[in-house]
Design a binder for this molecule. Sequence first.
Ligand SMILES: Nc1ncnc2c1ncn2[C@@H]1O[C@H](COP(=O)(O)OP(=O)(O)OP(=O)(O)O)[C@@H](O)[C@H]1O
Ligand SMILES: [Mg+2]
Length: 388
Amino acid sequence: MNNLKNQLFYKFALVVFILILLFEGALMIALKKSFDMHLKDKLALVASQIRPEHFSSQKLLEIQKKDKIFPLFVNIIKTKQEIIINNKPIKPTYKASYIYNSYKREKVISYITQKNGYIIKISTIYSSNDDKIEIIKTISLLISFVIYLIVLMLGYKFIDTIIAQIEISFKKLKNFNSNVSHELKTPLAIMKSEIEVGLMSENKECDKTLRSLLQEINYLNDITEKLLFLTKNDLNNLNLQEIDLEDIIFELFEKYSNKIHISLDIDENDTYIIKGDKTLLKMAISNLIENSIKYKAQKIDITLKKTKNKIILIIKDNGMGIPKEKLPFIFDEFYRVDESHNKNIKGFGLGLSIVKNILKAHRAKIKVKSEKGVEFSIEFPLKECSNS
Ligand SMILES: Nc1ncnc2c1ncn2[C@@H]1O[C@H](COP(=O)(O)OP(=O)(O)OP(=O)(O)O)[C@@H](O)[C@H]1O
Ligand SMILES: [Mg+2]
């Protein structure tokens, strides 16, 4: 659940960040545009105050001060007559050009108009008037940052509440599962023993029916056990002992070698001691071997090896394999690779999630690949196992 909470929070933080970035971008574009308009209006206003016949540098200074527009350049060219293009006097126009000084490129905005037989060109440097935008930009960035932090805090609280609700529902569901499984366990055990007694009698007529009933009951028993394991066991508080993985492999070899060909590759000179729960680890590895048998493997290769900081156990079979795109899901509860792939093979999709939970409690990692058959490789960290 903590993982889910973190994932949700990171995604939420990213989305809010992108939204704020977009908002800032739009705000800056709007600001520049309105500033641009404002500057152009100012230049037109300056032009309206200029009487070209009596213009002096004194007047230029006055206008600069009054309209607060720095720097201000005014060019006045006398023409003999009004300039006419296409039978119309030229309209006042704006022009943007660039000048280069030693540091950077500067944008120059000019307003050109004609008045009383003069062409008047008024220009200013855009960036010199840019300071106000810079101030607004900094303030708005600060405000956005504060808003971002507040939204993150609120979002975290919100996600926390939702996850808490989900956790409560999840616990209820687990309790429900556990109660149902528990209730099923006793009648199933009774039925099973009754049938086994029935099978011992000489009545051949009932034999077939009883055997098929027993098979179904074993099936129900299996799912009940698996559900109970997943809902009841507190794998966080294991009583870890020093155990030898090699012993577990040998015991399982004894158990399964009459059902499938198993080849072992274990370097006898190494030791494979970790801290763990032997029964649980045996259960996890059994699940993998039973899957290989169930999914039509003829042989299993088991390799146990040790590196500087881990012990690696590889279980490789030559069975029907798993399509690559299904591999990421096989450890999920109740997930089974689609039924056509499994044909008539029964299962609940719980085995591998039990394996995953047991290994997680041992801080071991499991990886799977499938080319011809399936290969599970489990890494037990040596350091953490001996520390825990
Ligand atoms: N060795 C394997 N070879 C081929 N497919 C496998 C192998 N191991 C697992 N799978 C696929 O992964 C799925 C999930 O396996 P898992 O052990 O969790 O469930 P299951 O075997 O279907 O049922 P359960 O173990 O609960 O009885 C299986 O349905 C199967 O399709
Ligand atoms: Mg299984």
